[in-house]
Design a protein around this ligand. Structure first.
Ligand SMILES: Cc1ncc(COP(=O)(O)O)c(C=O)c1O
Length: 479
């Protein structure tokens, strides 16, 4: 079952009338819970059977959407019957399952991918990191072709993003420009794996090792993508999100798995993990789980800051933090989703390959992004750049496809430095640096677009996309 991003679901009530609550039944809570969950399962099956077939030209071909069955909904209802609401048993299970899947020691749930990036970057500013901490004015190398909240935390902390161009073949960082971007103030590299396509991990890791830089992988669009590293001897294939000092996920419905809103921060480093948790949880020093007191056994025996001895550790703050936590209701949905990640990834890879083969005749009209060498992307979307000599513009083909009920998206911000949020910084000529001319970033901003490859798509959807793109090309005289 799949549905649009952020829309009212196909399994919602069919009218606005309130659900009538019948008189109380008898039975143990356990038996009643079982009965409720069976009914929920039945409801999901019935609402799924009620969904109409795809009708080309009438049904919307979505760029992404949540894909779920009765397991997500029964988990959600089960969690709602617990009525724990904040982080609880499902959150603990999901954190373990995510860490296991990505292949790292620690995963911390947060309430969005943007929050994950914020918590991950904030962690690097912790005084606990001593000389390696990122301070205001320090430089962070990144790209402008992507999502704004990969970069926003850098600016929010008073650090300086240094933008380099992308390689148009992969839509990822052009690693040949890394050295030119380095300065005495460079402290970290923070990059996304663009639309599921891993960046050149080995080149970035080598650069970071040479200059002792932190690496944050924004893995929000790439959960399940792999990269085969050749560093350290034998080629080793690992999931993206396991290479950096920190990495992040988003679980917004367009992403590989969903919890509605949601995200996670990953690391192999126990102290970074504790710092992430502190920033996520109000900046506190205490690490008790929700509902627990005195896990350290020293709750009233610490001497910290200029506080009186024994000041309650639960209310002692080592960072200026946030509250970015996920609820257990969301985590319950995620737990059912995470089991499906291998299948979702297989679907995305298959759908991408199908579109690529189906559009092969138009290689002289569109440049389709290529998988980075040594990678196997779990694609987020099918990204195409309309060639400069094509007989139509990006906006002409996008308008055509949208008119035929095929959703399209651009590469998020395109060139982030051209957005209104940069106006003030641009005028002041401070707060960021650009190395080179971002020519390829501008090309993506001007001429690239993408269509969906997510698991909710069938061969009918994909054939319809291919047919409509071909129609558009023929309409403009492409042979
Ligand atoms: C690369 C990247 N990073 C971060 C985010 C932010 O995720 P969220 O929407 O969950 O805040 C997105 C959103 O799509 C993204 O594509």
């Amino acid at each position: 079952m799949s549905d649009t991003v952020g829309s009212k679901g196909g399994s919602g009530p069919t009218d606005d009338s309130p659900v009538e609550i019948k008189s109380a039944s008898t039975g143990t809570p356990r038996a009643l819970r079982q009965k409720i969950l069976e009914l929920v399962s039945e409801y999901v099956a019935a609402s799924k059977a009620d969904e109409g077939p795809f009708v080309a030209g009438r049904s919307l071909v979505r760029y992404a959407g949540r894909v779920f069955d009765d397991r997500e909904v029964t988990n959600l209802v089960n969690a709602s019957l617990d009525f724990w609401l904040t982080e609880g048993r499902y959150a603990a299970m999901l954190e373990s399952a995510l860490a296991r899947f990505v292949g790292v020691e620690f995963a911390r749930l947060v309430n969005s991918g943007s929050s994950a990036n914020l918590a991950a970057f904030s962690a690097l500013t912790s005084p606990k990191l001593g000389e390696r901490r990122v301070s205001a004015g320090d430089e962070i190398i990144t790209v402008a072709a992507g999502f704004p909240t990969t970069v926003a935390p850098i600016i929010q902390h008073g650090a300086v993003p240094v933008f380099i161009d992308v390689d148009p073949r992969t839509a990822n960082v052009d690693v040949t420009q890394l050295e030119a971007a380095w300065s005495e103030r460079t402290r970290a590299v923070m990059l996304a794996h663009t639309l599921g396509n891993p960046f050149d991990v080995d080149a970035v890791l080598e650069f970071c090792a040479r200059h002792e830089l932190w690496l944050i992988e924004d893995n929000c669009d790439a959960l399940g993508s792999t990269y085969t590293t050749r560093r350290g001897g034998e080629p080793t294939t690992k999931f993206t999100g396991s290479f950096g000092d920190l990495s992040t996920s988003s679980f917004y419905p367009a992403h590989h798995i969903t919890t509605g809103e949601g995200g996670a921060v990953y690391t192999n480093d126990e102290s970074l993990d504790a710092i992430v948790a502190s920033f996520r949880d109000w900046g506190r020093d205490c690490y008790c789980k929700s509902g627990k007191d005195n896990t350290c056994g020293l709750r009233f025996e610490h001497q910290m800051g200029q506080l009186p001895f024994g000041y309650d550790h639960k209310y002692t703050y080592s960072h200026f933090g946030y509250n970015l936590k996920m609820t257990d209701l969301q985590a319950a949905i995620g737990l059912a989703q995470v089991e499906k990640l291998p299948d979702f990834g297989a679907d995305r890879r298959r759908n991408h390959a199908y579109l690529r083969a189906g559009l092969a005749d138009f290689a002289h009209v569109f440049d389709v992004v290529e998988a980075t060498p040594h990678s196997d992307p779990s694609w987020f979307g099918f990204l195409m750049t309309v060639r400069e000599d094509a007989p139509f513009s990006r906006s002409e083909i996008v308008n055509f496809l949208e008119g035929e009920k095929i959703q399209t998206r651009v590469l998020f911000a395109g060139n982030l430095t051209r957005h209104p949020c940069f106006d003030e910084l641009r005028e002041r000529q401070s707060g960021y640096r650009i190395v080179g001319d971002l020519r390829n970033t501008d090309q993506l901003m001007d001429r690239a677009f993408w269509v969906g490859v997510y698991s909710g798509m069938t061969v009918e959807h994909l054939d319809y996309i291919i047919e409509q793109i071909a129609d558009c090309c023929h309409k403009f005289g492409v042979v």
